[in-house]
Every structure is written in C-alpha cells, then in structure tokens.
Design a protein around this ligand. Structure first.
Ligand code: FES
Length: 364
C-alpha cells in the first residue's frame, strides 16, 4: 500500500536537515496571517526533520528576475514541530523579495535555503520569566520561542507584548489568544496605534511606553527581555528600559531591517582611510565600478564608503545576504556560517567579512 504524502512526513528515522547535503525546501502551503502578512511552510526535499533553536533564521537564496538574491528571514515555526519549517513575511510595497515571495511561492514551489543560524534565542539565556517585545513582523522569532515553551508545557512565565499599527495588523492574534487561554504562564498583550476600518481598538493605544509596560508587566525589571522589530522600535525600547534602570545585560535584540542597517553602516563605513595604507583595486562587474579597499577593510565597507549600495543584512558573516561571486583575486574571510564550504570552493565570498589580499573582481 502506498504511503500518503502526509504520513510520509511523519515516517520515523528522519535525520536532521542538512543544507550542505540538500538545500532545497519545498513549499507545502501558504497561510494568510493578516491582509499583508503570509506564512510559508516548507518541508525538506530529502526526508529530514528540522532542528534549530527558536529565534534562529534561514537565509533564502532566490532567483528573482534573473538575479540571485539572498535574504534572511527568522523562523516562525517551533522546533517542537520538526516536520515543517516556516517563515512569516510581510509584503513591503516596492520591495524586491517580499512581494516576490507573496506572488510566486505556492504549494510545490522549491527554494534554496541555508541555516538555521543565529544566536538570538532564549535557549541560550535561561530565565524563569521572560518579556518578549515585538514590533510589526519582528514578532516571528519571539513567536517561535513562545510556541516552543507552549508545546513543551514549560512553566516559564512569558509576557508577550506586540506593537502593531492597527488591530488588523496583529499577527498571530488568534493563536496567541488561544495560548493565553490555555496556558496560565503565557500572556499576550497588543498595543495598537490606531483603529482598523472594521474594528475600534479597545486595548492599549499609541506607541509602547514605560507607563504601559508598568501596567502590563509590573515586574518587568525581573524579566529577561527579548526584542525584535524595526530599528526605531528597538531604539525606543532600549531607551525606555535604560530609563527604568533595567539591567541591560539581560536585554537581547534582533533586527533584519535592511534600510536602517544600510544607513547605519554607511555612516560607520565613512571612516577615513589610513594615509600610506596599501590598497587593492576591487572591480564590481555588474555595477561597473572600481573602488579601492585596504587590507584591513571588508569589501562591503569599502564599497559603501565609495557610495555603492549592495545587499547586506547582518554584516558579520552570518546571514549570507551579501554572498557574491569572486571572479578573480584572493580574500581573507572570517565568516560565521553564512556560506557553505562548497560555495567557497566554487568562488563565492561574503563581502561583509572578506578582506582583500590582492586586487579583486567581484560579480556584483
Ligand atoms: S551581510 Fe550577512 S553574511 Fe554578509
């Protein structure tokens, strides 16, 4: 008798997913979370289970309009349900990747992915009480953590505060309500800036503030805090906690906010060159630019200093977003898992953590 596809996923003896051996993920389904947020659920092409720490991310390698684009997304599923892995993506109008995912990825779609990677996880910071603070689609890694503790019936006291534009923008609203209903250790609170056309918001209104936090979680100074969201949201949270005298050694944050990161890093990269320093030429074939880069400078930093805008996210060799083909030359590269050995063997580099050892030609 043939095995039904669903039963196949549950077959015993599936080993851990190894993207070095097979990096293809096959979409099994797509779920609408809100009017502009969707969850994409994937299985591995080869029989496998997904092992990761909640809060980690995947880097997707997508072919969009004839270009390879690497983009990292935090995993929204929980490792307690290892048969599928999911990402939850907000469609950013005018963006490159998120509209493409919303338009093109359907059940049966195949994509490449690397990971799971990242150290933003409560599993590395054990505490009896957590405060999760999310803004917009920054909810995903925190939801992975919350789902994990919920599935494991862990008696961790979790207060989960989510900031959304309006009630229609609250991601996982019903699932969080269900978790709050059934789990006495879990409490979800949303803060909305405005009403939706179809709903007048009766909860906390405005931007998350210290006075709101004191009402929602009066014991927040005792909690391990994890924050994810746009950079301005996280900056506001940091300022708020510092003002309250929170021990920032117990504060953890994550963001893959491209626009902000690029702006921040461009400013950082504007450090002056050291006079007399040896420089190498780096040619970017697609942009038709040639820049100079010192031996102690990462190629990405030098490119930004020269005014180029190249895709990047983590800037520390972790996410794979800046992966580029090196057509000529030698680099010294210290990465943190964002590239596979076989890709290095094929001439790929992560330009955020590659320093030139000769003149270079990069396909970008
Ligand atoms: S930007 Fe993340 S690996 Fe280079």
């Amino acid at each position: 008798m043939s095995i039904e596809p669903v039963a196949r996923l549950l077959e015993p003896g599936r080993g851990p997913w190894d993207p070095e051996a097979s990096d293809i993920l096959v979409c099994r389904g797509v779920r609408d979370e809100t009017h502009d947020v969707r969850t994409f659920l994937f299985e591995s092409e080869q029989p496998a289970r997904f092992h990761y720490e909640p809060g980690q991310f995947l880097t997707l390698e997508l072919e969009i309009d004839g270009r390879t684009v690497n983009r990292c997304y935090t995993i929204s599923s929980a490792p307690t349900r290892p048969h599928l892995i999911s990402i939850t993506v907000k469609r950013i109008p005018g963006g490159v990747v998120s509209p493409w995912l919303h338009q093109n990825v359907r059940a049966g779609s195949r994509i490449r992915a690397v990971g799971p990677l990242g150290d933003f996880t409560s599993f590395r910071h054990h505490a009896s009480k957590y405060l999760f603070l999310s803004g917009g689609s920054g909810i995903t890694p925190l939801m992975s953590m919350a789902r994990t503790y919920h599935d494991l019936a862990e008696a961790r006291d979790i207060v989960f505060v989510h900031a959304a534009r309006s009630p229609a923008d609250i991601i996982y609203r019903h699932e969080q309500a269900m978790m709050s209903h059934t789990n006495p250790h879990f409490r979800a609170v949303a803060v909305c800036e405005a009403d939706s056309p179809g709903e007048v918001w009766g909860g906390f209104r405005g931007r998350l503030s210290l006075s709101m936090l004191q009402l929602i979680a009066p014991d927040f100074l005792e909690r391990e805090v994890f924050t994810c969201g746009p950079a301005p949201f996280m900056a506001a949270v940091r300022a708020m906690l510092a003002q309250a005298g929170y021990d920032m050694a117990r504060y953890h944050e994550e963001s893959f906010d491209f626009g902000t990161l690029m702006a921040e890093e461009a400013a950082e990269a504007a450090a002056p060159a050291v006079p007399g320093e040896q420089v190498f030429k780096v040619e970017f074939t697609k942009s038709r630019r040639v820049i100079e880069c010192g031996p102690d400078t990462n190629v990405l930093d030098a490119a930004r200093k020269a005014g180029m805008r190249l895709p990047s996210s983590c800037t520390k060799g972790l996410c794979g977003t800046c992966k580029s083909r090196k057509l000529a030359g030698e680099v010294e590269m210290t990465h943190q898992g964002g590239i596979r050995q076989r890709e290095i063997d094929q001439g790929m580099v992560l330009i955020c953590c590659a320093k030139p050892r000769s003149d270079l030609v990069i396909e970008r």
